[in-house]
Design a protein around this ligand. Sequence first.
Ligand code: NAD
Length: 295
Amino acid sequence: MRIAFIGLGNMGGGMAANLAKAGHEVRAFDLSEAALAKAEERGCSRIADAAAAVEGAEAVVTMLPAGRHVAEVYRASVFGKAPVSAILLDCSTIDVATARAVEEEARAAGYEMVDAPVSGGIAAAEGGTLTFMVGGSSAGFERARPILEQMGKAVIHAGGSGSGQAAKIVNNMLLGVTMAGTCEAFVLAQKLGLDPQVFFDISSKASGQSWSMTSYCPVPGVGPETPADRGYDGGFAAQLMLKDLKLAMEAAQAANAYTPMGGGAEELYERFVQRGGGGKDFSAIIKMIDDSWTP
Ligand code: NAD
């Protein structure tokens, strides 16, 4: 297939390379010269601008930072420039309202478009093991699926337009809440004289357990190996968790949903990022909850 790929950053770089490796003609564009050069090294054709990249494309994939970049790229360089027969896939994590608005504009211009945000970080993007949550019509999903399968291990249809973004941010809101709660629990347990390993052995088999406890324990040396065992480096950066929590709170406000726990997690991550913890794994907030931590 001839695929236009716009946004070749930490995530998009690996995803575009996997499409090229699978034998597609990948026409790549990014504002960054360094990202373009790297994409070229990895089998993509570098194209001078986004509108030229989508010319004659059978599919357009975007992996951009936020909603405003997505709206700008589609409005300025995709609609009316890509053939209407092209399937449009936005894999960025953006707000639900912009995802729905851009899809509506796409449909009015005669295109089929899906939102397909991912779960999994840079390593999964490189390894082609991402999970895609897809929002859009059944026909759009069926057209997008074979392309997404070449970049991921699971492709799930979440519902109509914007549902992929909704699934992603609601899941990550729950993850932020359970991680914050798990960190609080470990700190309190320790202050009450419980050994963290003993508390883990009890709680991971009792009603307080969650993925944040059993698979991603924030305490070094306890449970399976996690970023806590590597000085909280790698993993899922706290600043990305904050981005997703902000998107969830924005969506909650628009939907008139009461989300006090999500709001609490957002506040904690905001404080942690302001104190310089944004680049650390999101489980590192245990260091802030534990008052012995110094940034
Ligand atoms: P990034 O900042 O590394 O990459 C974004 C790229 O988009 C950059 O190379 C930038 O130059 C390019 N860009 C921006 N505006 C552009 C425009 N108008 N035209 C062309 N290129 C443009 O970000 P990333 O880490 O690759 O993340 C991309 C998306 O994936 C984000 O929405 C993020 O929330 C989501 N995401 C990231 C991770 C992660 O672990 N990094 C995990 C899941 C989801």
